[in-house]
Design a binder for this molecule. Structure first.
Ligand SMILES: Cc1ncc(COP(=O)(O)O)c(C=O)c1O
Length: 442
């Protein structure tokens, strides 16, 4: 903090005291939940509302069709009955239709399996994939990424390597990926697309590179589609009509998709997502699986071994909800993309407010094209690391998270999530950014 400018939008003394009380060495290095707690405390103590951009939670009401289907299902008594581990038939069929109609790919219903949020999907995938072949024991995370994936690999005590894709966009990705995959120890790689935290989206060139190299080195791509169809630069909302949600599945059969209902259907609270396994991987035999599972088949092992061990099936009623949501989308009765476009519109306005006040967008391009406006964006301010900037922004009533916890090498960067910021707060945001700029520009 400039010693000359203690006249900050949020009471300087109070913020300083609350930071001290929090016992966090540096809020700029804290986890998302720690930051959330600190801001809750400062808001309570000062009575001031922050522009809260730290947590990636939906800011919209849940998709109605899901709630109604869930209530109906509960009334029939399904709460008393264990669901099949592999999922209810209509959810499996509608998911298979969904990926056909919105991605133009063919996956049999048997490979479409419900999980407790897509987080459980990636966990189950890591657990199973890294038992297929003892020579391939390492997961590659294409960063920046969602910190929980890293955490999953850590708690599983599995090996991981990662790199920040910032300097390897377009054709440059090929040599970089090849240098890692050619070592032969990589079992799978994971990325999110659109990406949390940077909102970059891989281009077809990049997806083809990933797919081709997965074929060449027998690596499974885990494509995290938590923000399905939320690249609003293209209209991906029409079932059965191009353009489709871009996917590595166009270029390789070595893929597993994780599809979340949390953001795109605002259904985070019900914790349901889908694991979609390509037919080829589902039916593939890996003899080493027999060390852990009854069979050597991947699909059988992940369902009756891993998912059984993890949760023995997914909440019955939520499966009815997601089946109904997918069916409505597949039948053209629910334009789910339209419902979440608000995020992109808010991001557009907020990014301008930042840029007009001396901030820079860190991850700003997909090859030559400016990135989409969506759920997240990344920013920096000249002369500060992300950690320093976050610490300072607290005095201006703005909260976010540092890119340092996402595997990003852009240590100047901060991730902002637009979902919880209300349009009525834009005036406050503008005032606070302006004041910050006045206080810190050279
Ligand atoms: C990239 C990414 N993957 C997965 C998830 C979690 O999804 P779910 O709520 O379906 O577990 C998130 C949530 O923020 C995310 O950003």
């Amino acid at each position: 903090m400039n010693t000359t400018t203690k006249n900050t939008p949020i009471d300087f003394q109070m913020v300083t005291r609350k930071i001290k009380d929090s016992k966090l060495e540096s809020p700029g290095r804290a986890s998302i939940r720690e930051i959330k707690k600190l801001i809750d405390d400062i808001e309570k103590a000062t009575g001031e509302k922050f522009v809260r951009m730290e947590m990636g939670v939906p800011g919209l009401p849940p998709t109605r069709i899901g709630i109604e289907a869930e209530i109906e299902a509960l009334k029939t008594g399904i709460a008393a009955i264990y669901p099949d581990i592999y999922g209810i038939p209509q959810l499996k069929t509608e998911t298979s239709r969904f990926v056909k109609l919105f991605m133009d790919i063919d996956v049999s219903p048997e490979g479409c399996i419900p999980t407790c949020g897509s987080m459980m999907g990636s966990l189950a995938a890591f657990m199973t994939i890294n038992r297929c072949n003892s020579e391939k024991d390492t997961t590659l995370l294409i960063d920046p990424g969602f910190p929980v994936h890293r955490q999953q690999l850590k708690v599983l005590n599995q090996k991981m390597v990662s790199f920040d894709v910032y300097n390897y966009r377009g054709n440059k990705l090929k040599d970089k990926l090849e240098s890692i995959l050619s070592k032969g120890n990589i079992s799978c790689l994971l990325y999110s697309n659109p990406n949390n935290p940077s909102w970059i989206c891989f281009t077809e060139t990049e997806l083809k590179i990933i797919g081709d190299l997965c074929n060449k080195y027998d690596v499974i791509a885990i494509e995290d589609l938590a923000y399905f169809a939320m690249d609003f630069r293209r209209d991906l909302s029409k079932p059965g009509e191009p353009p489709y949600q871009p996917t590595v599945a166009k270029y390789t059969n070595n893929y597993i998709l994780t599809i979340s209902s949390s953001k795109v259907f605002s259904y985070a609270g019900q914790r349901i997502g889908m694991l979609v396994i390509s037919d080829e991987i589902f039916n593939r035999s890996y003899p080493e699986l027999k060390k852990y599972y009854a069979r050597d088949l991947f699909g059988h092992s992940i369902i009756f071994g891993t998912i059984y061990a993890l949760s023995a099936g997914i909440t019955h009623s939520t499966q009815y909800a997601l089946a109904a949501i997918f069916k409505a989308a597949n039948d053209g009765k629910l334009n789910f993309v339209e419902e979440v476009k608000e995020y992109g519109e808010k991001a557009h306005i907020m990014k301008n407010l930042f840029v007009n006040n001396g901030f820079k967008i860190v991850y700003d391009k997909d090859e030559d094209e400016p990135i989409a406006d969506g759920f997240y964006f990344t920013f920096s301010y000249p002369g500060f690391t992300g950690e320093e900037l976050l610490n300072k922004l607290l005095y201006y009533g703005i909260s976010a998270i540092s890119l340092a916890i996402t595997g990003s090498e852009r240590l100047e960067g901060i991730r902002a999530c637009v979902s919880l910021v209300k349009r009525e707060q834009f005036k406050d945001l503008e005032y606070r950014l302006k004041k910050f700029h006045e206080d810190h520009k050279n």
